[in-house]
Design a protein around this ligand. Structure first.
Ligand code: CMC
Length: 435
């Protein structure tokens, strides 16, 4: 908060009104317009929230022009190269990186909660085998509130912490169960002697007949996917979680709302959409057809987008994409996939698009999902599961944001207003008299 103010003048002769200007640690100042309606009887109009700070947060900072992403002040580049995912979870949840003792404590708490209630298997059986994993995940995560009723009071700090650990611990188990169910394989229980990412990969790829031998490069790549997707400020799914939890609902229900929002192709669904786009181009003829595809993307009359490109906030580059690109090449080398036609196509499309004036002039660069889809595909994660992996990773961010909101003294239920442009008041004409 500063003692700076700004005054809004109206050209229609209404009295001018003055508003405080609030200053954050870094980033643009914000005009505190909470008193606007009371003082003027007017609302602001900002569909898509292009100029609206919906809350005050200490968790994540993004400078879209510089391509900077900080979790609790730490650059994403340092976190991705010096920490593992559970350290980042500690940072996001509790405000700082863990000491070795805190790290061991978090690891042991997460490990102890990684199994899910056995009854969950029967719940899962209600789904069709070919159900989309995000449909399944929305249901499973929401259902956790029915299985763990002892940690659903959002206003109890202890219950919030238990539900946070439960969600972080159980998400890999649930995502792997959703996958195993879809392919008709037995579920693999989590193991307490595995790290977080390795455990997830084991639950995905092992069977009772054959154990999964973790590959260091691939486990590290998965862990990096988790770190890079862990939080991203007030994006659509995080805002959904905050809005949902603002009613006082339980944490599992709020996170299920986040999962549902993330599913959309303009948000977390982009990695799946990106791979499907690559398959389409491959079917049409591969690298030779990139030119035609790009022409369709540029055509004003088409709705085709280059999936995995563009971002609402990053207008120079997405720092997560830079890290994911590096991982992408490491994984492709490790698996000897550089000559695989699909991956060659992805690299050729990226090269052409980043040099094309349409994308350059609109500041459209590859985002994290362009590469995370390729990495996941190379690791063997089925395309339809990509967004569920994103949800797994983002869960910690959603929880950190939800906890911050609920403990904020300024917290109130979210209730935006609107510009109404429907019919003015009118009277109902009895049915028989209507023309
Ligand atoms: N392909 C082709 N044109 C695009 C694309 C794209 N991927 N993205 C934006 N544009 C064009 C858009 O048509 C518009 O052109 P014009 O000025 O001629 O009308 C211009 O660029 C500005 O786009 P916008 O729609 O105003 O940008 P936005 O900030 O509303 O949308 C976005 C951001 C991410 C939704 C959009 O870029 C997009 O749909 N990208 C593809 C989906 C995607 O990869 N999403 C993942 C985002 S990163 C993960 C996450 O954080 O969820």
């Amino acid at each position: 908060m500063t003692d700076q103010t700004t005054t809004l003048d109206f050209s229609d002769g209404s009295p001018a009104v003055t508003f405080p200007i609030l200053t954050g640690t870094v980033g643009p100042e914000v005009i505190d317009i909470r008193a606007l309606y009371g003082k003027t009887g007017r609302f602001t109009y900002d569909p898509g929230f292009l100029s609206t700070a919906s809350c005050n947060s200490k968790i994540t900072f993004i400078d879209g022009d510089k391509g900077e992403l900080l979790y609790r002040g730490y650059p994403i580049e340092e976190l991705a190269t010096r920490c593992d995912f559970l350290e980042v979870c500690h940072l996001l949840l509790y405000g700082d990186l863990p000491t070795p003792a805190q790290n061991a404590d978090l690891q042991s708490r997460v490990i102890k909660h990684s199994m899910v209630n056995e009854q969950m298997q029967f719940f899962l059986r209600g789904f069709r085998r070919d159900a989309h994993p995000m449909a399944v995940m929305t249901g499973l995560v929401g259902a956790l509130s029915a299985f763990y009723p002892d940690s659903i009071n959002l206003h109890d700090a202890h219950q919030r912490d238990i539900s946070a650990i439960r969600l972080i611990a159980k998400m890999p188990t649930l995502v792997a169960m959703a996958y195993k169910y879809s392919v008709g394989q037995p579920y693999m229980y989590p193991r307490n002697d595995q790290g977080y990412a390795a455990n997830f990969m084991r639950m995905m790829f092992a069977t009772p007949c054959e154990d999964y031998k973790p590959n260091e490069v691939l486990v590290r790549a998965m862990d990096r996917i988790f770190i890079l997707h862990a939080d991203h400020e007030q994006n659509a799914s995080t805002s959904t979680v905050r809005m949902c939890a603002s009613s006082g609902t339980n944490p599992f229900a709020a996170i299920a709302a986040g999962v549902a929002c993330l599913w959309g192709p303009a948000h977390g669904g982009a990695n799946e959409a990106c791979l499907n786009m690559l398959y389409d181009i491959e079917r049409e003829g591969g690298i030779a057809k990139i030119g035609e595809f790009i022409a369709r993307v540029k055509d004003k009359n088409s709705t085709v987008k280059l999936m995995g490109f563009g971002h609402r906030v990053y207008k120079n580059y997405d720092p997560r994409a830079k890290l994911m690109r590096e991982t992408c090449h490491e994984v492709l080398s490790e698996l000897g996939l550089h000559d695989d036609p699909l991956f060659k196509l992805a690299m050729a499309l990226e090269k052409i698009a980043v040099e094309d004036d349409y994308f350059v002039s609109r500041k459209l660069y590859p985002n994290v999902d362009y590469y995370s889809g390729i990495v996941q595909k190379a690791i063997g994660i089925p395309v339809s599961l990509f967004t569920a992996v994103f949800a797994l990773a983002r869960t910690v961010g959603w929880i950190a944001q939800l906890n911050e909101m609920i403990t904020d003294p300024e917290y109130r239920i979210g209730r935006p207003r609107q510009l109404y442009s429907g019919a003015a008041r009118r009277s109902v004409i009895p049915l028989a008299q209507r023309a």
